[in-house]
Design a protein around this ligand. Structure first.
Ligand code: FES
Ligand SMILES: [Fe+2]
Length: 383
């Protein structure tokens, strides 16, 4: 039995069509803990990178005291502090040389007593701070002012899973980055859709036909969800517990969609020389405009470990680069097929687009829609 309200339309359709609605949506979503990047992007003091959160440009920088993040806007007159995607150096504004510390306080103000008749401490000008949290090497941030939901409450069982799996990988150069002319929701939805694989990925994911519904288990936790093939109710918690104990080893395909924009998957690459090669893929969607999304996927060797000594380890080390290159090629092909479909959806989107009929293998799109509506309404969502 299909329950469907034909008047309801497509969730968040206005934000897919208009810059104003998109801005309001992003403002609200920026208050959710959002994946921003990896700790190794700021491995040394003064290293920084720029990204977007809640529709705003933000900067993440390592100071002697640790990592801080701020809106990329000088407290003096609003000049953007950083103009590139990454770099290294103290946080000094290029307009009048105000200099900021790890708290975002302007402690270096040129000619301060002469110009302002007080000390910098008395001026007390501060950057707008972005709260930061980490799951292993993965950095998350949120804008202030949202619901009082801690990072742990927001992530639930997802936190030990991210910590354990991302915690065992090293920086990887296997990165696939594209700007897609489609709203981020189309891209998130297609990743939550296991029904399109035959039509859109006939030579890869869909080459063996439709998924067997008996083999598909979806788990919902807070605003997030996962696909655990072969799993049963309780499979997610069992995996989280194994990860928390540190003894989870990859044995099945797994994909997790963390609200709003993180896609985290464990994928089998191939069997070779008595080993099964598993990759971790971390995909981040960066909503840049109502009709434009940056998609950044990083592919990591997960198992068997590429390091260590001995004959077997050397063999694995020699095998991994080819495995990863092949996997990146495959990943790029699948992404491109998805991106093309999303661009077509975007190009034809209208305010009165019909309410979707969601199949069993699209169930998670309905869950995502529900979380989206609740979060935009200011509800506190916990996992
Ligand atoms: S605007 Fe940044 S120092 Fe003036
Ligand atoms: Fe797809």
């Amino acid at each position: 039995m299909i329950s469907r309200d034909p008047q309801a339309g497509v969730t968040g359709i206005a934000a897919r069509l208009s810059p104003e609605a998109f801005r309001a949506e992003q403002e609200a979503l920026g208050q959710c803990w959002t994946f921003l990047g990896f700790e190794w992007q700021v491995s040394q003091p003064n290293d920084w990178f720029r990204t977007m959160l809640g529709g705003r440009s933000i900067i993440v920088q390592r100071f002697e005291k640790g990592i801080s993040a701020f809106e990329n806007k000088c407290a003096h007159r609003g000049f953007p502090l950083r103009h590139e995607d990454r770099g290294s150096g103290p946080l000094i504004c290029g307009f009048h040389h105000w200099r900021y510390n790890a708290e975002g306080l302007a402690l270096g103000i040129p000619e301060c007593p002469a110009q302002f008749r007080v000390t910098p401490r008395e001026v007390d000008a501060r950057l707008k701070r972005v709260e930061i949290a980490a799951a292993g090497p993965m950095l998350f941030g949120r804008l202030a002012g949202g619901p009082d939901v801690s990072f742990e409450e927001w992530m639930g069982p997802g936190l030990p899973i991210l910590k354990h799996l991302a915690g065992q990988v090293a920086p990887s150069k296997a990165i696939y980055e594209r700007v897609v002319k489609a709203n981020w929701r189309y891209m998130m939805d297609i990743s939550l859709d296991d029904y399109h694989i035959v039509a859109v990925h006939p030579s890869t994911f869909g080459k063996d036909g439709y998924l067997n519904p008996d083999n598909v288990h979806y788990a919902r936790f807070g605003a997030h969800s996962a696909y655990l093939p072969g799993g049963a109710p309780g499979a997610l918690d069992a995996m989280a517990e194994a990860c928390a104990r540190g003894d989870y080893t990859p044995h099945r395909y797994r994909i997790f969609q963390f609200f709003p924009t993180l896609i985290f998957a464990i994928v089998k690459i191939a069997d070779a020389l008595g080993d099964t090669y598993w990759a971790l893929t971390v995909q981040r969607l960066v909503p840049e405009a109502h009709d434009r999304t940056r998609s950044i996927s990083t592919f990591f060797p997960l198992a068997p470990k590429p390091e260590g000594g001995g004959h077997k380890a050397i063999q694995r080390r020699l095998t991994w680069p080819g495995m990863l290159a092949g996997f990146k090629y495959y990943g790029a092909k699948v992404h491109n097929e998805d991106n093309e479909a999303c661009e077509k959806l975007q190009a034809s989107a209208r305010l009165d687009d019909p309410t979707p009929y969601l199949a069993k293998h699209e169930e998670r799109i309905g869950w995502f829609d529900d979380s989206y509506r609740r979060i935009l309404a200011g509800e506190e969502v916990r996992a």
